[in-house]
Design a binder for this molecule. Structure first.
Ligand code: FAD
Ligand code: NAD
Length: 468
C-alpha cells in the first residue's frame, strides 16, 4: 500500500456507498467512506425510503380507521390525528437506522471521513481541507430532486419530497406535480390524513416504466380512493401569494390552459445524479447527456481505479439496486466476481394497495420476442379471487405473469395487491433461477396467503387456474 491512504475510498454513504464500504472492509481492504451529511445512510435512510415508509405505514392506520375499513371488521373507532407524534415516530426510525450504520462502520473498521469530497486527481480526493490517496475510488454520490424550471421550492407552500415528509399540518388542497413513485406515495400519505389531492401528470398514464395494465388499474384505484388525476397535463407555472399557490396547467397535447389553487404543491418530477462539485474533470471523468457517470458491466468508469454505483450511474434509481452494486463493486475491487443481474431488479410502489413488478412489461416482452418471431403468453389472476385478500377486505388488484410462449420461461411478473412488495420477492427469485411459469405453478404455496395469487397467475399461463 506504500503511499496510499486507503485501498478503497467511497464517496457517499447512501445504500450504495455504505454497503460497498462494509463489504470492502469485510474482504480485508482498508476502507474509508466520505459523507457530507451529518448522518450516514444517504437519501434512502435520511429523506427517502425510510421516512416515507414511516409516514405511509402510520397514515395507513389512520385511513383504515377513518374510511370505514376497520368498521367493516367490527372495529369502530373515530381516529384523532396527532401529527406531531406521527412525525416523531418517523424521526425516531431515521435516527435508529442511521445510527445503526455508524455502528456497522465502527464494527467493520470503515473510516467515516466527514465532509464533501472533490477529486484533485484520478487517485486523490480532498475532504475538509485534507487530501486522501486511494488505490480505488468509488463514486456513490446518489441523486437529488430535479427542479421544475421557473418554480421555486420554498419548502413551505412549494415543497419537494423532503419538505412533503415534514409538513407541519395537513394541507387542505395539495397538488402533486408528477404522477410517478414519489408523487403517488407522498400524495397518498396526505390524502389519507385528510388533504384533497390532485395529481398532475404530463404523460397519459401514471407510473412510467411499469406495465400498461398495471398503470391503468392503478389510476382507477387511486381515483376510487379520492385522488383527482389530471393526466396528459403539464404544469407551466406556479405563482405563490402568501400561503396559497396558483398553478397554470396546459394539456400536454396543446390547447387552452386552466388554473388551480393549492395550499401545498409537491414537485416530484424525477431525480438527477449528484456530480456537481466533485471536480470530475480533474480525475479525467465526465458525465453523459443525462448527467450520469457511465460504467461498464463491472461498474468501472473509463478511468482505471475509479468506479461508480447507485443513482449516479444509469439504471433505475432504487436503493436495492444501489446496495447490490455496492456489494458487486467491492467484490470486483477485491478481485472476485461481483454479480448483479440488472434484468431482475424488482420495483415497488408502497401505496395502498402496493404495486410491484420485476422483469419485462408486457409491452417490452412483446417487442423483445417479436424480433426473433417469438410470442408471449400471459396469465392473470384477480386479487378478488384470492381467499386471503377477500377475507381481509382487500379486493383491488391482480397478478400478471408474462412468459415466453415457446420456452415457458418467465419474463416478467406484475402485481397490485396489499402486500405486492413482499410477494414480488418470490417472482424475482424464480426469475433469477430461470423459472418457467410451470415451475411456479407446481411450487407449493402456503394457504391462505396473498402469494397464492402468483401461483394461480402462473397456472393461468397454461390456461388452468383453479379459482377463476
Ligand atoms: P444516495 O442515497 O443519494 O446517497 C448518496 C450520499 O452521498 C448522500 O448522503 C450525499 O450526501 C452524499 N454525497 C453526495 N456527494 C458527495 C460528496 N461530493 N462528498 C461527500 N458526500 C457526498 N428507493 C427504493 O428502492 N425504495 C423506496 O421505497 C424508495 N423510496 C424513496 C422515497 C423518496 C422520498 C426518495 C427521494 C427516494 C426513494 N428511493 C427509494 C430511492 C432511493 O432513496 C435511492 O435510489 C437510493 O438512496 C440511492 O442510493 P445511492 O447510494 O446511490 O445514493
Ligand atoms: P418519477 O420519474 O418516478 O416520476 C416523475 C413523473 O413526473 C413522471 O411520470 C413524469 O412524466 C412526470 N413529469 C415530469 N415533468 C412533469 C411536468 N412538468 N408536469 C407534470 N408531470 C411531469 O420520479 P419521482 O416520483 O420524482 O421519483 C424519483 C426517483 O425516486 C424514481 O426514479 C424512483 O425510482 C425513486 N423512488 C423510488 C421509490 C420506491 O421504490 N418505492 C419511492 C420514491 C422514489
Amino acid at each position: 500500500m506504500a503511499d496510499y491512504d486507503y485501498d478503497v475510498l467511497i464517496i457517499g454513504a447512501g445504500p450504495g456507498g455504505y454497503v460497498g464500504a462494509i463489504r470492502a472492509a469485510q474482504l480485508g481492504l482498508k476502507t474509508a467512506c466520505v459523507e457530507a451529511r451529518e448522518t450516514l445512510g444517504g437519501t434512502c435512510l435520511n429523506v427517502g425510503c425510510i421516512p416515507s415508509k414511516a409516514m405511509l405505514h402510520a397514515s395507513e392506520y389512520f385511513d383504515a380507521a377513518a374510511n370505514g375499513s376497520m368498521a367493516k371488521m367490527g372495529v369502530i373507532v373515530t381516529p384523532k390525528l396527532d401529527l406531531e407524534a406521527m412525525h416523531g415516530q418517523r424521526k425516531d426510525a431515521v435516527k435508529q437506522l442511521t445510527g445503526g450504520i455508524e455502528f456497522l462502520f465502527k464494527k467493520n473498521k470503515v473510516d467515516w471521513l466527514k465532509g464533501y469530497a472533490a477529486f484533485t486527481s484520478a487517485d486523490t480526493v480532498e475532504v475538509a481541507g485534507k487530501s486522501y490517496r486511494a488505490k480505488n475510488i468509488v463514486v456513490a454520490t446518489g441523486s437529488s430532486v430535479t427542479p421544475l424550471p421557473g418554480v421555486t421550492i420554498d419548502q413551505k407552500v412549494v415543497v419537494d419530497s423532503t419538505g412533503a415528509l415534514e409538513l407541519p399540518k395537513v394541507p387542505k388542497k395539495m397538488v402533486v406535480i408528477g404522477g410517478g413513485v414519489i408523487g403517488l406515495e407522498l400524495g397518498s400519505v396526505w390524502r389519507r390524513l385528510g388533504a384533497e389531492v390532485t395529481v398532475v401528470e404530463f404523460l397519459d398514464q401514471l407510473l412510467p416504466g411499469m406495465d400498461m395494465d398495471v398503470r391503468k388499474e392503478a389510476a382507477k384505484i387511486f381515483k376510487k380512493q379520492g385522488m383527482a388525476l389530471k393526466l396528459g397535463t403539464k404544469v407551466t407555472g406556479v405563482a405563490v401569494k402568501g400561503a396559497k399557490a396558483t398553478l397554470t396547467l396546459e394539456p400536454a397535447a396543446g390547447g387552452a390552459s386552466e388554473t388551480i389553487e393549492a395550499d401545498c404543491v409537491l414537485v416530484s418530477i424525477g431525480r438527477r445524479p449528484n456530480t456537481e462539485g466533485l471536480d470530475l474533470a480533474k480525475a479525467g471523468l465526465e458525465t453523459n447527456g443525462r448527467g450520469q457517470i457511465e460504467v461498464d458491466h463491472d461498474l468501472r468508469t473509463k478511468v482505471a481505479g475509479i468506479w461508480a454505483i447507485g443513482d449516479v450511474v444509469p439504471g433505475p434509481m432504487l436503493a436495492h439496486k444501489a446496495e447490490d452494486e455496492g456489494i458487486a463493486v467491492a467484490e470486483n475491487i477485491a478481485g472476485q466476481t461481483g454479480i448483479i443481474n440488472h434484468a431482475v431488479i424488482p420495483s415497488v410502489v408502497y401505496t395502498w394497495p402496493e404495486i410491484a413488478g420485476v422483469g419485462m412489461t408486457e409491452e417490452q416482452a412483446k417487442e423483445s420476442l417479436s424480433a426473433s418471431g417469438g410470442e408471449i403468453k400471459i396469465g392473470k389472476f384477480p386479487m378478488l379471487a384470492n381467499s386471503r385478500a377477500k377475507t381481509n377486505h382487500e379486493p383491488d388488484g391482480f397478478v400478471k405473469v408474462i412468459a415466453d410462449a415457446k420456452t415457458d420461461r418467465v419474463l416478467g411478473v406484475w402485481c397490485i395487491a396489499s402486500v405486492a412488495g413482499t410477494m414480488i420477492a418470490q417472482a424475482a427469485q424464480a426469475m433469477e433461477f430461470g423459472a418457467t411459469s410451470e415451475d411456479i405453478a407446481y411450487t407449493c404455496h402456503a394457504h391462505p396467503t396473498h402469494s397464492e395469487a402468483i401461483k394461480e397467475a402462473a397456472m393461468a399461463v397454461q390456461g388452468k387456474p383453479i379459482h377463476i
